[in-house]
Design a protein around this ligand. Structure first.
Ligand code: SAM
Ligand code: SF4
Length: 344
């Protein structure tokens, strides 16, 4: 690898550019495959989790993330599984926050189900986390319990309260689910905007066997948008967060509403991200099986040279995009692994 001296005479490593000219500046890391919920679209009720010995230690996760930061990653999101159920996860957050201080990283953030957020919100804010994404599909306690199988809505509400009290910007993510929450979306939207939170809606993706049939869960967001347009004025806006969401402003509430549409509108051409699992496997695309092992090169030597070579090989294989299909004839998941493994 060519190592270029930068202006200050320090060495800087080359950025990651794929075959299609896309610069990879965003890394999502799943720090655990475990979770205290069993959402019906994400996990099966009886999940077999990875043996603990296969997981990267917190020190290894730090080294791996830092290697990506050295290669030009500007935004780092910890996810899972549920990132806040990993033991001592704040040790990792605190350590990674040094890249915010040095200016190497623009943003350190997380996606969480909110169940443990009341415990950690203040500390996250103190170390420099500015925004968190909280997943919440319904405001109805019984429905929440049914959708998450194990979750307690009150805890999530306490988490959101604590996050806002700590000064974190909270964005809500809701998976749009046929029959389940489709008629509640206006309520969710008005509640979120009333509390100053953006809301993004996500189309359910065919990742892993979960029990229920995907075709019974899938609700195209084109339909949701058409229905919302009958009730609200949706104004297209340019706002981007570096992710796949397309935003509108809802005139009546003044808030932002995002649509993440992996099925009805493929967003791959602007993809700037890769994902790493808690075992150190890199997935270059959420919707494809191809992956590369980074744990072996990471553990093989104390220097990061082998790791950077493996990262280069992986980035060179990043595919142009994915094509998800959910219909009655396509009964197999597009990819066998669950979302909780790759990290949403
Ligand atoms: N446990 C955390 C949470 O729920 O926010 C982080 C991990 S979770 C896998 C990340 C996001 O993926 C959540 O917003 C969840 O709703 C979403 N998700 C899970 N399975 C999905 C699927 N099959 N299709 C679309 N989104 C999914
Ligand atoms: Fe857990 Fe998040 Fe998956 Fe729900 S969506 S089961 S909270 S990892």
């Amino acid at each position: 690898m060519n190592v270029k001296p930068d202006i200050k005479g320090e060495t800087s490593l080359p950025g990651m550019i794929d075959r299609f000219g896309r610069a990879i500046t965003y890394l999502r890391v799943s720090v655990t495959d475990r979770c205290d919920f069993r959402c019906v679209y994400c996990m099966a009720e009886n999940m077999t989790f990875l043996p603990k010995k296969d997981l990267l230690s917190l020190e290894e996760l730090d080294r791996l993330c830092s290697a990506f930061v050295a290669r030009g990653v500007r935004k780092l999101r910890l996810t899972g599984g549920e990132p806040l159920v990993r033991r001592d996860i704040m040790v990792l957050f605190r350590s990674l926050a040094r890249h915010l201080k040095s200016g190497a990283l623009d943003e350190l953030t997380l996606t969480t189900n909110g169940s443990q957020l009341s415990r950690y919100a203040k500390e996250l804010a103190d170390i420099g986390v500015k925004r968190v994404n909280v997943s919440l599909d319904t405001l109805d306690e019984a429905k929440f319990r049914a959708l998450t199988r194990w979750g307690d809505l009150k805890k999530v509400m306490e988490g959101i309260d604590a996050a806002q009290a700590a000064g974190l910007h909270v964005k809500l993510n809701a998976v749009a689910l046929k029959d389940e929450n489709e008629h509640e979306i206006p309520t969710l939207l008005e509640w979120a905007h009333g509390r100053g939170m953006d809301l993004s809606l996500i189309e359910v993706m065919p990742l892993g066997e979960v029990g229920p049939e995907r075709v019974d869960q899938y609700l195209p967001l084109s339909l949701v948008r058409a229905r919302l347009s009958e009730r609200y004025t949706l104004e297209d806006i340019d706002y981007r967060t570096g992710g796949p969401a397309r935003y509108v402003r809802v005139k009546e509430t003044g808030g932002r509403l995002g649509f993440i549409t992996p099925l009805t509108h493929n967003f791959c051409e602007g993809c700037n991200r890769v994902r790493v699992t808690c075992t150190g496997t890199i997935y270059m695309c959420l919707g494809q099986e191809d992956s590369a092992d980074l744990r072996t090169p990471l553990r093989a030597s104390e220097s990061d040279d082998l790791l950077h070579a493996a990262i280069d090989d992986a980035i060179a294989r990043k595919p142009k995009g994915h094509d998800f299909v959910i219909d009655r004839r396509t009964r197999q998941p597009a990819v066998a692994r669950h979302m909780s493994m790759t990290g949403g």
